[in-house]
Design a protein around this ligand. Structure first.
Ligand code: HEC
Ligand code: HEC
Length: 315
């Protein structure tokens, strides 16, 4: 009798241990999925959203938002395996024959080729298949008005940021086209001859003065002033705290000045990354010939490369 009771207790105990082991297993599986989801999100944020931003306004976009890409791919490839294979083929070799969105190529130019580990790409693609992406907000709606007085400042900051982002868009689009046409060594000529001109003429078009400066500048004309260095350090601090820095506004005697962070992505490293590995020798030779005092290398992804400085009037 006593023995029977004991063995019942034992059986219960063993099965409880069994059950708790089982549930531990599924917790592990859940944690793994969460970790993978976070990794995919982080990867997309660091490598893709600079161009595929969901929140950028229409006029500031460099590429279609992921919500539109996902919809397009799902229509052509409802099966997970087909969806993943088609997208991977494009990302490993972005060319017109692999592209499903010909309209996007006409509008934005072909996506430049970047090299990523295949396993990261697969994780990101699986995430895109499984998760509905945020639809971009409607352009130009503006935030609901807050307190009087405050509203103005927010609107003025937005205007300055928008000038910076539109200039970034034009520069980015032309840079992508140059890389697609002749690779990064060829595109150095584009940056060398066109970057400052394009920035100036965008400023003219938008009725503002626009420049790009850096604490580690390539072109000596782009060296940051003391005031600019203060904002550069401020943005760096925020990045170090894992915040995404946004623009800063100051009032000038005759208008406003907005500072806006310029953050590196994978594409930048072929000209601003490690010499010899990320920057190909042919590209490096071109850079050194044109910029003997170059400081703008050794960057990693998601670092502060410099800032936009925009001087403008409120209206
Ligand atoms: C430097 C800007 C830029 C970056 C960074 C970028 N893309 Fe793109 N991407 C584009 C442009 C421009 C297009 C639209 C033209 C085209 O289809 O090539 C595009 C198109 C696409 C398409 C649709 C292709 C088609 O037509 O079938 C996919 C999918 C895509 N990108 C995924 C990604 C992923 C994933 C990343 C990050 C690993 C990424 N992109 C990073 C610029 C970029
Ligand atoms: C094809 C090579 C190339 C690529 C890719 C490239 N840059 Fe540059 N970058 C240059 C050159 C060359 C200059 C100097 C331009 C000039 O003379 O005005 C420069 C200048 C700059 C400047 C101005 C400050 C300075 O150092 O003179 C910033 C900011 C900058 N690049 C950011 C970026 C970012 C961010 C990316 C990625 C989105 C990027 N660059 C990608 C070649 C490149």
């Amino acid at each position: 009798m006593k023995n029977a009771k004991l063995s019942l207790v034992l059986i219960l105990l063993v099965s409880m241990v069994g059950i708790s082991n089982c549930s531990n297993l599924s917790v592990d599986a859940n944690e793994k999925t969460v970790a993978q989801t976070n990794k995919a999100k982080q990867f997309l944020k660091q490598n893709c959203l600079a161009c595929h931003s969901e929140t950028a306004r229409e006029s500031e976009r460099l590429a279609p938002p992921f919500f539109a890409i996902r919809k397009h791919y799902l229509k052509d490839f409802p099966e997970k395996g087909d969806f993943e294979a088609a997208m991977l083929a494009f990302l490993q070799e972005p060319k017109e024959a692999n592209a499903k969105m010909k309209g996007a190529i006409d509008k934005f130019g072909l996506m430049p080729k970047m090299t990523f580990p295949e396993k990261d790409l697969k994780l990101a693609i699986a995430y895109l298949y499984e998760n509905d992406q945020a639809k971009p907000e409607h352009a130009g709606k503006g935030s609901k008005s807050q307190q009087e007085g405050q509203v103005d400042e927010a609107a003025i900051l937005k205007k300055g940021e928008s000038i910076a982002l539109q200039t970034k868009k034009v520069l980015g689009k032309n840079l992508m086209a140059a890389i697609a046409e002749g690779g990064s060594a060829y595109a150095v000529d584009f940056c060398n001859l066109k970057a400052i001109n394009l920035t100036d003429s965008m400023g003219e078009k938008l009725n503002a003065r626009v420049k790009r400066v850096s604490d580690k500048n390539r072109n000596s004309n782009n060296a940051a002033s003391l005031e600019e260095l203060t904002f550069i350090n401020k943005f760096k601090d925020r990045l170090a705290q894992k915040e995404t820095p946004s623009g800063e506004l100051i009032k000038m005697a005759d208008g406003y000045r907005v500072f806006y962070p310029i953050i590196t992505n994978q594409m930048c490293l072929q000209c601003h990354g490690e010499k010899g590995s990320e920057i190909a020798n042919e590209t490096l030779e071109k850079i050194q010939a044109k910029y003997p005092a170059d400081l703008a290398f050794g960057y990693k992804m998601n670092e502060l490369r410099g800032i936009w400085v925009v001087d403008f009037q409120a209206d």
